[in-house]
Design a protein around this ligand. Structure first.
Ligand code: SAM
Length: 209
């Protein structure tokens, strides 16, 4: 609502189970989404209503320029020049493995490989984003082998290296989140025993093109 108008095109290169697709539909925005898992794309296609506002779903690798040629073709077909908002919710590096696909960013072997892949996705997305519009990143941190890895800050840095201007950092409170429900005690135990603070946050980083 804040960053788009009716009929604008929202783009999500990590569409997953389709939250952005359904929200775009209910807010009267057109939508294009990509995911590396074809079965997720099929599922969203069969659930989203694209009568008044188009919802185009593409199975592909968002680090790959060829995937973006398909998206340019879709935009041409729909008589649109650009996208007006991009929402990027990548895997949090390798915390959760999403698929066996070798280009799945959750299968990257190192933090550097993850950030290089993520940077390619931002760069491909920027080729489509209208000037003076917004790109947002939803990301959490990770904790591994006794170290806090500030993925949020690293991703922020990748976006800034590509020339994006940071406009806001929203800290999302994850307490009571469905994925963590009933697991508070175990998270508290892990945090205390490894001397870190309990994860309760996720970032929404907002950039202007
Ligand atoms: C954190 S989830 C996105 C969740 C999504 N916001 C939702 O509503 O479910 C990350 C997604 O990125 C996808 N993914 C990972 N690497 C990818 C790549 N190279 N290209 C496209 N999608 C990728 C995964 O399959 C996964 O569905």
């Amino acid at each position: 609502m804040r960053y788009t108008k009716r009929n604008d095109v929202v783009f999500d290169p990590f569409v997953g189970s389709g939250t952005t697709a359904y929200e775009a539909e209910s807010l009267s925005r057109h939508f294009i989404g990509v995911d590396i898992q074809p079965e997720l794309i099929k599922h969203i296609k069969s659930n989203v209503d694209n009568k008044n506002y188009f919802a185009e779903l593409v199975a592909g690798d968002s680090t790959d320029k060829n995937t973006f040629s398909n998206i340019t073709e879709i935009l041409n077909r729909k008589k649109k020049k650009n996208i007006q908002l991009a929402i990027l919710h990548p895997p949090y590096a390798n915390i959760i493995k999403f698929s066996n696909h070798e280009k799945d960013l959750s299968n990257t072997k190192s933090l550097r490989d993850f950030l290089n892949g993520f940077s390619l996705v931002i760069s491909n997305t920027l080729d489509l984003l209208e000037k003076n519009r917004y790109l947002t990143i939803v990301i959490g941190d990770k904790y591994t082998q006794g170290k806090w890895i500030p993925l949020g800050f690293y991703c922020l840095n990748e976006a800034q290296k590509l020339g994006l201007t940071l406009k806001s950092i929203i800290i999302k409170n994850m307490e009571g989140n469905r994925a963590k429900q009933n697991k508070e005690a175990i998270w508290k135990y892990r945090a205390l025993s490894s001397d870190y603070y309990i994860f309760k946050h996720e970032y929404i980083l907002i950039f202007k093109n």
